[in-house]
Design a protein around this ligand. Structure first.
Ligand code: GLV
Ligand code: MN
Ligand code: MN
Length: 408
């Protein structure tokens, strides 16, 4: 197939206009926001123009379908509250270009997907988790975001767009191209990462309740200060976890809501996100136990109480060997000595879709290892190289050079 790099870059630039932050090429396009839905409507139009059949499912995952059995390519176009122009967008726009080029060339048959809420406004990779059966829809509908809106309320904004579920059986494999979002490829001056596995994640919301009181008159010995308890929890947890984790284990308190958040008030309540990631399921469990033990200890010391939401999560996931082989051969052919196999420390829709079909991922470098920030960027020549390798890998798969035998 003949890829059109200019068309691909032009579409990426157009998508970046939806929810443009005004800072570098950053975007503000959280799931189900106005710019998110407008971007999806634009992508639906592009799909239709290419000749794909458009279908939004009940949670807003957007499919561009080709007839019969096909390979599914894609990612997501929702963003973090402050996101970059490529996170997810690259995989969707790359998929559109390959679908269009393959149609012009008469094959292979490619369908495109744009998953909803990969960035976890309502949990973790919500749209693909529901489609893959990892998260029951009834459970997802009850999840509320940090501002108290439920998933059920948010997805009702789809209005008449929402149609039925797309049958996963029509797809033979799923491939997702993504920026690395970390420093490895950039530091080693490499162009392509073939993903071997995606780490597991757990994520929950914690609330610490103390006693709200006057910041001038309440003696230190009488305080039940929710913020001080959180600060102490964070420091104690760091010391405890650091003793048994690997250099790839990460844990983050990324969202904090202090009540009433006023200079002259001893804070009575704090709610915060607690997230941890690791490639080992056993270590994810170990960290979870450590978090609960530490909360118990610290809250007792501070005279406060705590409660936690049910941890949501994705288990560590291996990428399909046949898909990896196809991508490795394509990378070796097009960019010898510029590619490596590597794990993904970021989470991706591919981790869910791997439950349904052979799945693989391809990374291109992130300049400075920056992502989930407006300044995220990748040199267009690396974007083009990723597109070329993905298309070559897909073509190899379709020719069954390395296709798993159980696939039709
Ligand atoms: C997805 O963006 C993640 O948080 O890894
Ligand atoms: Mn992403
Ligand atoms: Mn992301």
């Amino acid at each position: 197939m003949k890829l059109n790099h200019a068309r691909f870059l032009n579409r990426l630039e157009t998508l970046a206009q939806f929810g443009a932050s005004g800072v570098f090429k950053g975007v503000v396009r959280p799931a189900y926001s106005e710019p998110d839905l407008a971007a999806r409507d634009w992508i639906a139009q592009e799909m239709e123009q290419i000749g794909l059949e458009v279908q939004f499912d009940p949670v807003g995952n957007l499919f561009g379908l080709t007839e019969g059995q096909s390979i599914l390519l894609g990612s997501h176009t929702d963003s973090q509250p402050q996101g970059g122009w490529l996170d997810g967008a690259l995989g969707v726009i790359g998929a559109l270009e390959i679908a269009q080029a393959s149609m012009e060339a008469g094959g292979p048959p490619i369908s495109v997907v744009n998953f909803q809420d990969e960035e976890g406004r309502f949990g973790v990779t919500t749209g693909s988790a529901i489609w893959s059966g990892v998260l029951p829809l009834e459970q997802a509908d009850r999840i509320v975001d940090a501002r108290g809106e439920s998933f059920a309320q948010a997805r009702s904004k789809l209005g008449t767009r929402a149609q039925g579920w797309v049958d996963p059986a029509r797809f033979s494999a799923f491939l997702e191209m993504h920026i690395e979002q970390g420093p490895v490829l950039d530091q080693r001056e490499l162009g392509i990462g073939v993903v071997s596995n995606i780490v597991g994640i757990r994520d929950m919301r914690v609330q610490i309740d103390g006693e709200q009181n006057h910041a001038g008159t309440t003696p230190m010995s009488m305080r039940k200060d929710a913020f001080q308890a959180l600060a102490s929890f964070a420091v104690t947890l760091n010391a405890k976890i650091a003793s048994y984790v690997t250099h790839e284990t990460v844990w983050t308190i990324g969202h904090v809501d202090l009540v009433p958040n006023a200079a002259s008030v001893v804070p009575g309540t704090v709610t915060f996100s607690m997230q941890w990631r690791d490639a080992s399921l056993a270590r994810l469990d170990q960290i979870q136990d450590c978090i609960f033990d530490t909360l118990q200890m610290v809250c007792a010391e501070h005279g406060v109480t705590f409660s936690c939401s049910e941890p949501l999560g994705i288990v560590p996931t291996q990428m399909d060997q046949s898909v990896q082989t196809a991508l490795q051969h394509a990378a070796q052919e097009l960019t010898p000595s510029l590619w490596i196999d590597m794990p993904s420390g970021a989470l991706h829709d591919a981790a869910n879709v791997a439950k349904l079909m052979p799945t693989g991922m391809l990374f291109v470098p992130s300049i400075g290892g920056l992502s989930h920030t407006f300044t995220e960027h990748t040199d267009p020549k690396d974007l083009f190289r990723g597109l070329d390798v993905l298309a070559a890998g897909v073509t190899r798969l379709w020719r069954r050079n390395s296709f798993p035998s159980h696939i039709a």
